[in-house]
Ligand binder design. Structure first.
Ligand code: FAD
Ligand code: FES
Length: 266
């Protein structure tokens, strides 16, 4: 883990209000694994001391990119960052996605910024499969040409039907599963998105006996395991449960480990 001062190279609006922020961070980039995140101290926000977590979207050479949307005080402040500005980055943090077991077929399931969080994994996986992208509306669907260029078969669902199939992303997954005769043991799913979506993926993984890795989104304070803001309940092999920290033991968990409740991950 490194704490570095990164320089803003470029920032642009890409789609649906999402922005790509390019940062020069030569000491951090070589260590990034798919699914890891950086903890950003937002400059010009002295009243708010907590850093904000962002998945690493791309990491090449000495340039790290995050793809984000202005949703609150910190991220809206970030929209004003301009080339030459600097900010403090802590990372790479957390346990990312494990690599595919030999012989398994990968599928990706993403909602919102999950499409960015899965990009490095999509690039690194030795086998490409189907990528299911879901959102409320067409502007919520990101990065499609990039995943297709990597060889992924991207299938889209929007709740309002403005792009792809009308409905939730799980409709696509269910159709795909019903149309093929899979060897269940060979499906390995990787998911990042809203908790409800992750829970729906976990339910299908349990039903069909897939392996499913889910990246959870918890509020974070320190990002390094000290404050316990980000804990979630996980099962033990003995049938009991323990708290685990999503910033250090996660954010990626085996979906069978998580104790899900009505709100998603508990
Ligand atoms: C691992 C991970 C990866 C992420 N990757 C991305 C990404 O790639 N792109 C993207 O757009 N978004 C991503 N997010 C979400 C992003 O971190 C949030 O959108 C961002 O923190 C919002 O900050 P804000 O100041 O704009 O919002 P605000 O709502 O104004 O503030 C959020 C801040 O308040 C803190 N907070 C809120 N509620 C509580 C609480 N109950 N207890 C303690 N602290 C609290 C949060 O920790 C955070 O620091 C990711 C989140 C996680 C956990
Ligand atoms: S954010 Fe502090 S322990 Fe995870």
């Amino acid at each position: 883990m490194h704490c570095v001062t990164a320089e803003v190279i470029h920032q642009e609006v890409v789609h649906g209000g999402y922005r790509v922020l390019q940062l020069r961070a030569p000491d951090l980039v070589p260590h990034v694994q798919p699914g890891q995140f950086v903890h950003v101290r937002v400059p010009h926000m002295e009243a708010a001391v907590l850093r904000r977590p962002f998945s690493v979207y791309k990491a090449d050479g000495d340039v790290l990119q995050i793809l984000y949307k202005g949703v609150g005080k910190g991220t809206r402040t970030m929209t004003f960052l301009a080339p030459g500005d600097t900010l403090s980055l802590l990372g790479p943090l957390g346990h990312g996605f494990p690599t595919l077991q030999p012989g398994n077929d990968p599928i990706l399931i993403a909602g919102g910024y999950g499409m960015a969080a899965l990009y490095l994994l999509a690039r690194q996986l030795p086998v490409k499969g189907v990528a299911f992208f879901g959102g409320r509306s067409a502007p919520d669907i990101l990065c499609v040409p990039e995943f297709e260029a990597l060889g992924w078969d991207v299938r889209i669902a929007t709740e309002d039907g403005s792009l792809g199939t009308a409905g939730r992303v799980t409709v696509l997954m269910d159709d795909w599963w019903a149309a093929r005769s899979h060897d269940a043991a060979h499906v390995e799913a990787y998911a990042c998105g809203p908790n409800g979506m992750l829970q729906a993926v976990a339910a299908r993984a349990q039903q069909h006996d897939w392996t499913a890795w889910v990246s959870v989104d918890r509020n974070m304070g320190c990002g390094v395991g000290a404050c316990l803001t980000c804990v979630l309940k996980t099962r033990t092999p003995e049938g009991d449960w323990v708290w685990q920290r999503s910033c250090t033991e996660g954010p990626v968990f085996d979906s069978r480990q998580i104790v899900w409740d009505a709100e998603g991950a508990s």
